[in-house]
Structures are given as structure tokens and as C-alpha cells.
Ligand binder design. Structure first.
Ligand SMILES: [Zn+2]
Ligand SMILES: [Zn+2]
Ligand SMILES: [Zn+2]
Length: 211
């Protein structure tokens, strides 16, 4: 069993803002323009399979940082061979966790941080049949409906005043355009509120536990 890590970002193909690829998923939703970016199986093969083939000869802890132009997108990525760790306290996830884990949330033994661990879905299997687990992904980037992964926590609603009728509306950040429940106006939420509901995230390290 070998574990490989990935840190990947690119730019949203719709709006050009930075897009963090914090999950091994076909669709990554841009939190600035709310549109999906598709990273198809062919592209993932270049990103993950070619990198793993190269990194399989690496020493433990060895890594490479590179830029990759493929499929019309530019990816900035680091990858290498390293055991999966907690993103908060950097404690290693013990190997035996991967022998019996059924997927879902693993709590870091040191700090209690919730770390996502899942078995490959059909999309991942098709690209990398030797993958045993994917760990450390941003669960909000993985589409819901995958077994063992919890739905991303809903935002706490904030109050926003309808510019048309001055009614107080609850906004939870799931939609950029909302309908006022009092006057029926369609309201496009202003940037400052939208970005407050969707704070800038950072590139997360995620792991492929490979057979
Ligand atoms: Zn975008
Ligand atoms: Zn921890
Ligand atoms: Zn209104």
C-alpha cells in the first residue's frame, strides 16, 4: 500500500477566478460564479494516474511542484508520496485505519478534526482502479449522494434587507439570486454579502491510498 498526496488549483473556466481542486471529483463548483467546472476522466488520468506512476519511484516524503496545461486549463499542482495526515495538527492517520474503515468521517486521534475518508466511487474507479481510499477531500466539493460522505453543513442564515420592499429576508448562501417572499422581486445578492457567506478557501491536501 502506498499513499500519494495532491494539492491542485486551476482557474474557473467560466469566470477566471482561482478554483481549488480539493477533491477527486468530476465537477468542481466555483464559489465565485456558482458554475460547475467539469474535469473529465481523461483529464484526471493525466493529473492523477501519470503523477502516481512517476511518484511511485519517489522516496517517502519526496514531492514535485509543477504547472500543467491540459484540456484547456492550467493546473498548478504539487504531488508526491507521503502518508495521509490531519490538515490541522499534521498527525498521521495510522495505516490500520485503512484496513477496516468503511468510509465517512474519521476523527483525528490527536485533535479531533474531522477528516473525510471514502472508498472510490465509480468515477474514481474508472480512472484509477488500484485506489483503495481517497482521504482529506473537501466534502463540500464532492457531490452529495456518495455513500458515507456527509452533506456539507448548511450556512447559518444571515438577514438581508430586500432592496425593493425593505422586508428582512433570511439568506443562507445556497443561491446567489433569491426571490423576496414578500414582494416577489428577484434579488441578486451583492458581492460583499456573497463573499462573506463563501469565505476564501485554501488549497487542501488530499490523498490517494493506493494498492
Ligand atoms: Zn467561476
Ligand atoms: Zn489532528
Ligand atoms: Zn421584497
Amino acid at each position: 500500500m502506498h499513499t500519494y498526496f495532491f494539492e491542485i488549483k486551476t482557474d474557473c473556466s467560466h469566470c477566471g477566478n482561482p478554483l481549488l481542486v480539493n477533491a477527486f471529483a468530476r465537477e468542481i463548483r466555483c464559489d465565485k460564479c456558482n458554475q460547475d467546472n467539469i474535469i473529465g476522466a481523461k483529464l484526471w488520468k493525466v493529473i492523477v494516474v501519470d503523477s502516481i506512476n512517476e511518484a511511485s519511484n519517489y522516496q517517502d516524503g519526496q514531492k514535485r511542484t509543477t504547472k500543467m496545461f491540459t484540456g484547456g486549463l492550467e493546473f498548478s499542482m504539487s504531488y508526491g508520496k507521503r502518508n495521509a495526515r490531519c490538515s490541522k495538527c499534521r498527525t498521521m492517520i495510522p495505516d490500520n485505519v485503512f484496513e477496516s474503515f468503511e468510509g465517512g468521517e474519521y476523527k483525528c486521534a490527536e485533535c479531533g478534526n474531522a477528516i473525510s475518508i471514502r472508498k472510490p466511487d465509480d468515477f474514481v474507479k474508472q480512472i484509477l482502479p488500484s485506489a483503495k481510499f481517497i482521504a482529506g477531500e473537501d466534502t463540500g466539493q464532492i457531490k452529495t449522494g456518495i455513500q458515507g460522505i456527509q452533506k456539507p453543513e448548511e450556512h447559518k442564515p444571515v438577514i438581508f434587507t430586500c432592496p425593493a420592499c425593505a422586508a428582512n429576508l433570511k439568506v443562507d448562501g445556497t443561491k446567489r439570486i433569491i426571490d423576496c417572499t414578500y414582494c416577489d422581486a428577484s434579488i441578486y445578492l451583492p458581492d460583499d454579502l456573497w463573499f462573506e457567506l463563501h469565505p476564501a478557501k485554501t488549497v487542501e491536501t488530499w490523498y490517494v491510498i493506493n494498492n
